[in-house]
Design a protein around this ligand. Structure first.
Ligand SMILES: [Zn+2]
Length: 304
């Protein structure tokens, strides 16, 4: 199975091996062969041509998919199920209305229709609806559906009375072109239990390529604070990050230093044995130094 591609793309949705290449009058060319298939799994990303993107949350067997239980499309099921809540706020009328309704219309009539939203001067949904009804379809492409698992009716007028002000109520099902995006779970999955640290801050490195830690950001801190889980916060932000014992002088309350003989020594007081170790993030110790460099000493009141 050989095929020729004109433009080479390093992020095709399947692994590809180049067989031969060259230059022609139209540009560079390569003959490639797919060396494997990448089956869509949980977390893989797809998008319609109106940039309605999303990731797979659940893969179900075909027999468990919800199916149409009435009308001319009885027995059919969708390939992708998505929430209608994703449509109004994004205001992309291209994929749900133009493409879906015209897709069904073109499919039933067996004709090609231009579904580009901006190419139409006066798009009349009612006109499309009339044509759909004439072709024996629901004018809003609403289908009465049953669950493929329990057999229960999952939407439509028997389920919630008056659920739709426009039609009878139901699940909108139609034909929309969805394309796979080159964001693969296998290329992004990452976790770590300890690993390399940044030399400057002594905090975990950032990024999968550097075997980095997973960011515990401001919002995560706020969530933990909101739950009152102080020990978890301490564990994440200090113990699992840049835990450090800094010497602090009990007399002047300034940050001390480690002397040559591994004992702690306060340069300010100059008396041995005045220091205590204080646990703090290494980042805090750096902050103290930065302030000291600007003649703003931090004095940490500690009890010996
Ligand atoms: Zn001191």
């Amino acid at each position: 199975m050989n095929f020729t591609v004109i433009a080479t793309n390093k992020e095709l949705p399947f692994p590809v091996r180049a067989l031969r290449g060259g230059e022609s009058t139209t540009g560079r060319w390569t003959t490639t062969r797919p060396t494997g298939i990448s089956v869509p799994a949980k977390g893989e990303k797809f998008a319609s041509r109106s940039a309605q993107k999303g990731v797979i949350g659940l893969v179900v067997p075909e027999a468990d998919m919800d199916f149409v239980c009435e009308g001319p499309n009885m027995g059919m099921h969708a390939d992708i199920v998505m929430s209608p809540d994703a449509i109004p706020s994004r205001m992309t009328m291209g994929s749900p209305m133009v493409e879906m309704l015209l897709g069904v219309l073109g499919c039933v009539l067996g004709v090609q229709i231009d579904g580009t939203p901006f190419s139409m001067k006066d798009l009349d949904i009612d006109e499309i609806g009339d044509m759909l009804e004439k072709a024996g379809q629901n004018r809003f492409c609403e289908e009465q559906m049953r669950s493929g698992i329990t057999g229960e009716r999952i939407c439509g007028d028997n389920h919630i009375a008056g659920s739709s002000s426009m039609g009878k109520g139901g699940c909108v099902m139609g034909i929309v072109y969805y394309q796979r995006l080159a964001h693969f779970v296998a290329a992004k999955i990452h976790s770590r239990n300890g690993g390399p640290l940044n030399e400057g801050t002594r905090q975990p490195t950032n990024g999968r390529a550097k075997k980095g830690g997973l960011r515990f950001g401001t919002m995560e801190v706020d969530a933990v604070v909101g739950h009152g889980a102080a020990s978890l916060l301490r564990e994440r932000m200090l113990l699992a990050s840049d835990n450090y014992y800094a010497p602090v002088c009990c007399m002047c309350n300034l940050l001390a230093e480690t002397a040559r003989d591994n004992r702690y020594y306060c340069r300010q007081c100059g008396i041995p044995g005045t220091c205590e170790l204080v646990q703090m993030p290494y980042a805090a110790k750096i902050a103290v130094h930065l302030y000291q460099a600007a003649h703003l000493p931090w004095r940490m009141a500690i009890e010996p």
